[in-house]
Design a protein around this ligand. Structure first.
Ligand SMILES: Cc1cc2nc3c(=O)[nH]c(=O)nc-3n(C[C@H](O)[C@H](O)[C@H](O)COP(=O)(O)O)c2cc1C
Length: 192
């Protein structure tokens, strides 16, 4: 029987309190209801408490042998997925430091796997995503073209500022997931 692929939806913020990335990642997960082409799972970076990378061994050369128990748990969660949705905020026109550190802390777990980006910010977080595209290339990851860029002004409810996605985002996220699933299938045929 064919194994069903697993897509990890990563919450890329570890701030205390109500994180926008968490509500967005939950919305992405709910958008997968009814899809039978993959198994989708929320991976909350905050739950792993990944330490700042201080290891003298470069993670790509560590052969998945990490000193930190937290990094080993993070490694296992990432390794178990065939592809990812990075839910990323934009911090000072780039990627969030804690998320970048967590990505840097692993090696072959990411290698060659497809990734799609969902972002948030004043300009949709698009600068963070452009930076992510350069970063993931170093792992030979395959970044899908479709992205969902939520606006800090238009995808919120006016008085409460609660996350309230525009109607067209449903179509956009399904397009992203379609490309991601297709990319995982291609990757399975020709692994990196
Ligand atoms: C350190 C920091 C830097 C930020 N820089 C930007 C930025 O450059 N562009 C932007 O659109 N929003 C910026 N923001 C606002 C974030 O988009 C907003 O706080 C968002 O809720 C962060 O996502 P989170 O709640 O999941 O952490 C910044 C927020 C923080 C905490």
């Amino acid at each position: 029987m064919e194994k069903i692929m697993k897509i990890g939806i990563i919450v890329g913020s570890i701030r205390d309190g109500a994180r926008r990335s968490e509500s967005i990642a939950k919305w992405v997960l709910s958008a997968t209801d009814g899809r039978t082409d993959a198994q989708f799972e929320l991976i909350d970076l905050k739950a792993f408490d990944v330490p700042l990378l201080t290891s003298p061994v470069v993670p790509a050369a560590a052969g998945r042998q990490y000193e930190s128990e937290n990094v080993r748990r993070w490694s296992a969660a990432i390794d178990a997925c065939d592809g990812y949705v990075f839910v990323t905020p934009e911090y000072n026109h780039s990627v969030p430091g804690a998320f970048k550190n967590a990505v840097d802390s692993l090696g072959s777990e990411w290698a060659g796997k497809p990734v799609g980006f969902v972002s948030f910010g004043a300009d949709g977080g698009i600068r963070a995503v452009e930076h992510w595209r350069q970063i993931v290339a170093n792992f030979h990851m395959v970044d899908v073209r479709a992205q969902v860029a939520f606006s800090m002004f238009f995808d919120v409810e006016g008085s409460t500022q609660e996350f309230a996605p525009l109607e067209r985002r449903q179509g956009e996220i399904q397009g992203l997931l379609d490309q991601l699933v297709a990319s995982v299938k291609l990757h399975a045929q020709s692994p990196a």
